[in-house]
Design a binder for this molecule. Structure first.
Ligand code: FE2
Length: 231
């Protein structure tokens, strides 16, 4: 199924979209962080956004988050949604992994959506069980319209191994790196062990990202979602 998608693309609306466009520019930053933008897809995201907002609401009613610092609500089992837009970005994330690593295979160990509401943020963390992680900015929300806070809901790297974070002395974190800011449809791939966080989201509509943990090979052992509140 997934190899068919990579070969044939995905039908969105009345048009077949390729999983990877030849003209896609990959921007490389220090620390092996790479970014692409996918503006041609943005018009077609609504079915996925609406389904995630519905699930977010259901999950919050069933079990509210007990802290603003959880990074919002996580929604899982996205492949089962059967939404072509997700199938396309899921396949694109795997191709992105293969292109930046030169590996022939990309195996998703975990994939989830993050739905963040006003005031929610995510503590500094890194991802286990994967070599690279991907984040797709599905819906940046309206933070820039309702707030002057420049860090509004931004994915921020803050790691002593990144020169961008240590402008004054090596290994001393005194800054941060924001690769995608408020760019809708941006996709970033980065080494999973880099420390990153999400600054408090200011908007009064939801901010949604999709995340993947990807390896060249399947990881042994059970995937456990430590501390997750919605399961
Ligand atoms: Fe993360």
């Amino acid at each position: 199924m997934s190899s068919d998608i990579e070969k044939n693309g995905v039908l969105l609306g009345v048009k077949q979209f390729p999983v990877w466009r030849e003209e896609t520019q990959i921007t490389r930053h220090d620390g092996d962080i790479y970014i692409i933008e996918n503006p041609e897809l943005d018009l077609f995201k609504t079915p996925l956004v609406e389904e995630l907002l519905k699930r977010d609401k259901e999950q919050r009613l069933k079990k509210p988050l007990n802290s603003l610092a959880h990074g919002g609500m996580k929604v899982r089992n996205l492949e089962a949604l059967n939404i072509p837009f997700f199938d396309l970005i899921n396949a694109r994330a795997k191709v992105f992994f293969k292109l930046v690593t030169g590996k022939k295979k990309a195996v998703v160990d975990d994939c989830w959506a993050n739905v963040m509401n006003q005031g929610e943020w995510l503590i500094p963390h890194s991802h286990q069980r994967s070599s690279l992680s991907v984040v797709y900015s599905l819906e940046p929300g309206n933070g820039v319209d309702v707030s002057n806070e420049p860090l509004n809901g931004h994915l921020m790297f803050s790691d002593p191994r990144l020169p961008q974070c240590c402008p004054y002395a090596p290994n001393h974190v005194q800054s941060f790196f924001r690769p995608i800011g408020d760019i809708s449809s941006a996709m970033v791939i980065f080494p999973s062990n880099l420390t990153h966080m999400v600054a408090p989201y200011q908007g009064d509509t939801s901010r949604i990202t999709i995340a993947w943990n990807i390896n060249e090979k399947e990881v042994a052992g059970d995937l456990v979602h430590v501390g997750e509140t919605n399961e």
